[in-house]
Design a protein around this ligand. Structure first.
Ligand code: NAP
Length: 673
């Protein structure tokens, strides 16, 4: 029998006499045990005093690189996780969602961390806010990691993905984690955790693990800690309403259960590809993971006239499900996690049966041993008056078909779930997609629209993606996870900082306009990446713009817009005093003013951000550019990115344009990536 250990303050702790049993979903036998009393205060101290400081000493990019290494390490060692995953009733495909899906989620965060976060310790949220007349006192929002611990309480259905989708943004933020998985699948979570922690890729204290109950942990949390909960609405309510957590204002993110809906568009009649797509998506959501997915389709909304065809087609599709031993490759639907879960689902079917008629499935188990169950399809003819079908989550292979009259009715029914993780609409008509989205968006964390154009590449109604927000309002818990860098922000504090540009630049690890500059001693394009300093600046000589320049540029590029060519027409335009130079002419001349023509450290100009033309330039005006190093980010072993603030002024020193210029600049000496 497996002894599932906790990992507390760098020690592995075996189960004690009070350990809870873990059973195989396939045979019902006890296969493991987990749980022992833990010194949870010592775990918190270890996270706060050892893990947190070590993580915060790293930059976002350092942590992103380690995250990538960790994901690749898991990938290389994932095989034993599959063997364990089968014991939870999961098929190979279910396990792929959990194990490989979790690893991919981590890889996406690692990549986004390096692309979208700075190689620094502070994240700047938004632009500098001008709050004083002369710019000597400004405002800037910054985000810094919370110095406490992130505590996860996870549901049983995705023991690996559920841990990794939380761990990736937490570690990227620089916050240590204490992970408490659901006990019934803790053996899978522990095996994945062990691979990660034994890799030594993250510093000590960055992650700890609780097998079994969490003891007094939640009562020891403080304002700088965070709880990320995934599970049922009842448990979430019980935990989040703890007076201690409320008094301390501990961040509490809840991902709860959800009565997700899928709407068949009125245009998607049985002769269309959308109808078949709808049936396949619905069948997949019912059978994948034996329906134990928080995002599964629980309510199938179809136009009144299409109820019978949908019942027939979906029943036929569900009849194809091969239920059985999940280790067999031909099995398409495994078991529920336990007999207890099976009994729970059967009890809920009874409740649904008071409002809906079962049209597919039965209470009898398809196999004698284990927690197997047939798919269950219900038809609720009067969803307007029904209650349970919109409120009771049977966390198994269960869904209810219900008719709608028109799109406002479909939206109203979808919203009767009281807030859900995802709703889908299968339609080829953009006006249907738009009406449904406007009618339901506020009630759902994600809207999935699919049709013949997108079906080949679509990711599935029930698949949360690391790039997109996962979570929903109301019944779904009111939480938000993932969503790319948004998910990292849950573990950071946003703070408004006021001060002079010099102070804000120092705090934000970025040169900000208005902060002191240092005149470059040599042309900055001749300096290697590591030699360039924030605030190092070059002021070019001036160049006079002539009418001939404007006309030449107009004919050369084909941009003969009247504002550049016709004095009277330009004057009549409220923006221009008369004929003016093209904005792109100014950019081109600016490049001509600051460029260093010979081969050197600057390898390429890779982009231009936030371009604003502030004042028109007429023939006779002169233009000069000021180029200042704003931020530096290492990219590869041989070069890094330098962001320059560019200011274009006229002969009156008035600002003509500003922008951020991106260049890749070589290192003088090879550097670690
Ligand atoms: P659950 O019974 O609510 O348990 C969730 C977690 O809470 C488990 O780790 C459980 O630990 C823990 N827990 C229970 N009582 C606790 C207490 N007093 N103190 C500390 N922790 C406590 O949910 P589940 O049965 O595992 O999962 C199924 C539910 O999760 C479904 O309703 C499903 O919709 C929902 N879910 C939601 C999402 C989402 O992202 N929104 C994802 C997956 C699942 P033990 O196992 O040790 O009791």
């Amino acid at each position: 029998m497996l002894q599932i250990q906790s990992f507390a303050a760098e020690n592995w702790i075996s189960p004690s006499k009070e350990a809870r049993p873990i059973h195989s979903a396939i045979t019902g036998e006890q296969i493991a045990q987990a749980g022992s009393p833990l010194d949870t205060q010592a775990m918190l101290d270890h996270a706060r005093n050892v893990g947190g400081p070590a993580l915060r000493a790293l930059t976002f990019h350092d942590r992103a690189r380690r995250l990538k290494a960790l994901a690749l390490h898991l990938k290389a060692h994932k095989k034993p996780l599959y063997a364990l995953s089968y014991t939870t009733g999961a098929t190979h495909a279910d396990s792929q969602i959990d194990i490989d899906g979790g690893i991919t989620t981590m890889l996406v965060f690692a990549s986004k961390g390096r692309r979208e976060l700075p190689d620094a310790h502070v994240y700047l949220d938004g632009e500098l806010e001008q709050i004083s007349r002369h710019g000597s006192f400004m405002g800037q929002h910054i985000c810094t990691p919370i110095p406490g611990a992130a505590v996860y309480i996870n549901a049983y259905n995705f023991p690996v993905w559920g841990m990794l989708e939380k761990l990736a943004p937490t570690l990227l933020a620089g916050v240590p984690a204490i992970i408490k998985p659901a006990t019934s699948t803790a053996h899978v979570a522990e095996a994945a955790f062990r691979i990660m922690v034994e890799s030594g890729i993250f510093p000590e204290g960055a992650m700890q693990f609780i097998a079994g109950g969490s003891g007094g942990l939640l009562g020891q949390l403080e304002a700088q800690d965070a709880v990320a909960f995934t599970g049922s609405a009842d448990t979430a309510l019980m935990l989040r309403s703890s007076p201690h957590l409320l008094r301390q204002s501990v961040r509490f993110t809840a991902e709860q259960d959800s009565l997700n809906a899928s709407i068949l568009g009125p245009d998607a009649t049985p002769d269309t590809p959308e109808f078949d797509l709808f049936i396949s998506e619905a069948a997949r959501e019912i059978t994948t993971k034996a329906g134990q997915k928080c995002t599964a389709i629980r309510r199938i909304l179809t136009p009144e006239a299409l109820v019978e065809p949908v019942i027939d087609a979906l029943s036929a599709k569900l009849a194809e499900a091969k239920i059985g031993d999940p280790t067999e490759r031909e099995t398409t639907m495994g078991a529920l996690v336990s007999q207890g879960q099976r009994s729970d689902v059967l009890a809920r079917l009874k409740t649904l049966g008071t409002e809906a008629r079962r049209v597919f499935g039965s209470d009898s188990p398809p196999l004698e041993q284990g927690a197997f169950m047939t798919p269950q399809l219900f038809h609720c003819a009067d969803p307007g008056s029904a209650k349970a079908v919109h409120e009771v989550e049977a966390f198994g292979p269960v869904s209810t078909i219900m008719p709608y009259r028109d799109l406002p009715h479909a939206a109203a029914l979808a919203n009767r779930g009281g807030g859900s993780l995802v709703a889908s609409v299968i339609t080829h008509d953009p006006s249907v997609a738009s009406d449904v989205a406007m009618g339901i968006a506020a009630y759902h964390g994600r809207i999935y629209v699919n049709d013949r154009d997108s079906m080949a590449e679509s990711t599935g109604h029930g698949s949360p993606l690391p790039h997109l927000v996962h979570g929903g309002p109301g019944r779904a818990g009111g939480g938000e996870e993932m969503g790319g860098i948004r998910g990292v922000m849950h573990y950071m504090q946003r703070t408004a900082v006021q001060g002079s540009p010099r102070m804000l630049s120092a705090i934000g690890e970025t040169w900000l306009p208005g902060a002191p500059i240092s005149e470059a001693k040599a042309h900055p394009f001749r300096r290697h990446f590591e030699a360039l300093e924030l605030g190092e600046s070059l002021l070019t000589k001036a160049r006079k713009i002539t009418l001939a320049d404007i006309e030449h540029f107009a004919h050369f590029t084909g941009d003969t817009f009247y504002a550049h060519m016709d004095e009277a027409a330009a004057k009549a335009n409220p923006f221009f005093p008369g004929r003016v130079a093209h904005g792109y002419l100014l950019l081109s001349f600016a490049a001509g003013l600051f460029v260093e023509p010979n081969p050197g450290p600057v390898l390429a100009n890779t982009g231009l951000n936030r371009l604003v033309f502030e004042k028109p330039v007429s023939a006779g005006d002169s233009l000069r550019a000021r180029l200042t190093v704003k931020r530096k980010t290492k990219r590869t072993e041989t070069y890094g990115e330098v962001r320059w603030h560019v200011l274009l002024t006229n002969q009156e020193e008035e600002t003509v344009a500003t922008y951020e210029l991106l260049t890749m600049v070589a290192y003088g000496q090879r550097q670690a990536p």
